[in-house]
Design a protein around this ligand. Structure first.
Ligand SMILES: *Cc1c(COP(=O)(O)O)cnc(C)c1O
Ligand SMILES: [Zn+2]
Length: 385
């Protein structure tokens, strides 16, 4: 059974003592700044060390919610494989892809929604609320549909059409916000203050990080129980990168790896608050986070502090890419590998090209591109074809 630990003040809480943020650290939180007092699940690593057996791995040892509560809706177990053509374009020998665009609703967000719905089963809650740029909402709507739950969604009206279509078809209650994702985030918190229902906002609910963690555990398992050298990760709110970090942190604490993979934070040039924070050490909201990569378009990244820690403790780094670089990479990746990734994920591919002459990456090391979302979710953004 897990405990929670505050990532800011390190205070520990019993599992059912807290629901969202650390009560102490979140006292002066208000929307418009990154979340304060995000909670991290703490496992009994000595127990995992004793029980985990590589020849018959029980991944539920790393799960913050017991499997009896899991929705019967398979997510994850997406392909992990080496690609030759794309990396060779830029002189890289050992490029791998984790294709999470093949999740049931088409993005990595299914993993977080799956675990939050499991938690809703555990605490017997029927309504789940979220703010989203589009994918978290379509994922939540999908998992809720499979498990007799109601998804209540706050989403910018400008979200790509396919993502909106998904939410409606899965039967969610959709509240279209005339504004940005940051406005939707604020409205969903106001709603949760006054109404029943579990809030799944990214990082606000600690199990979103734990859910996203499973992609890192799978990479480790599919890579013959080894950590790769580098993982390139598209970053918006900073929860995927924190989840991947948590996976390898848990593996290290359990004695299964010695060294963490270097995590590379890839952001869009204008939606660069976390990048900026890592570079300067001073946090500032992104003023006008306009980018073709809607899934990573955010002014106030919820999980800025943990994301920065993930990059620094893994000895990784951060980089930004322009919309033009993203769309060029999207096309090249598709034509060289057969993988059509949505713009946010194409940002990771764009970063690889941008780093071709950099000393930050070695041409021979094992580098993973994390493909977080399926390109069919946003065909409007594809320009030249
Ligand atoms: C949400 C999302 C991201 C960014 O994840 P964060 O946790 O917000 O950093 C990247 N790609 C896709 C497809 C997403 O849906
Ligand atoms: Zn705290």
């Amino acid at each position: 059974m897990i405990k929670y630990k505050c990532t800011l003040c390190s205070k520990e809480y019993k599992r059912d003592e807290v629901k969202y943020l650390c009560p102490d650290c979140s006292k002066d939180y208000k929307p418009g700044i990154p979340l304060k007092g995000v909670l991290e699940a703490v496992f009994n690593y000595e127990f995992i060390k004793k029980k985990f057996d590589k020849s018959n791995p029980d991944w539920n040892l790393f799960s913050a919610v017991e499997p009896e509560y899991f929705p019967k809706y398979p997510v994850g177990n997406t392909p992990f494989f080496k690609i030759d053509n794309y990396g060779k374009e830029f002189g890289f020998d050992n490029i791998w892809i984790k294709n999470d665009g093949l999740n049931p609703s088409g993005s990595l967000k299914d993993r977080a929604s799956f675990l939050v719905v499991a938690e809703a089963n555990r605490i017997k809650e029927k309504n789940i609320v979220t703010a989203s740029t589009g994918n978290a909402a379509s994922a939540l709507a999908a998992v809720c549909a499979s498990d007799n739950k109601k998804a209540i969604i706050f989403v910018p009206e400008s979200a790509p059409k396919a993502k909106l279509v998904q939410m409606y078809l899965y039967g969610a209650e959709v509240i279209k916000v005339k504004g940005t994702y940051d406005d939707a985030f604020r409205l969903s918190l106001e709603y949760t203050d006054k109404n029943p229902g579990l809030n799944r906002n990214t990082a606000y609910h600690p199990l979103t990080i734990e859910g996203k963690k499973t992609v890192g555990l799978e990479i480790f398992a599919q890579n013959n129980f080894k950590a790769p050298d580098v993982i390139l990760i598209p970053v918006g709110d900073g929860v995927i990168i924190s989840g991947v970090f948590k996976a390898f942190y848990d593996l290290k604490m359990s004695g299964l790896i010695e060294k963490l993979p270097r995590l590379v934070c890839v952001q869009a040039e204008k939606s660069n608050a976390i990048h900026n924070f890592i570079q300067t050490g001073v946090y500032k909201n992104a003023d006008n986070p306009k980018t073709v990569a809607d899934s990573i378009s955010v002014s106030v990244p919820s999980n800025a502090y943990m994301a920065k820690r993930a990059v620094e403790e893994s000895k990784g780094f951060s980089i930004t890419v322009s919309d033009e670089e993203i769309l060029t990479a999207q096309k090249l990746l598709a034509s060289k590998t057969g993988i059509f990734s949505e713009p946010s994920s194409s940002a990771a591919a764009a970063a690889l090209e941008k780093l071709k002459s950099s000393e930050l990456l070695d041409k021979k090391e094992q580098i993973v591109l994390l493909i977080t979302g399926n390109g069919l979710k946003d065909i409007e953004s594809v320009k030249d074809f």
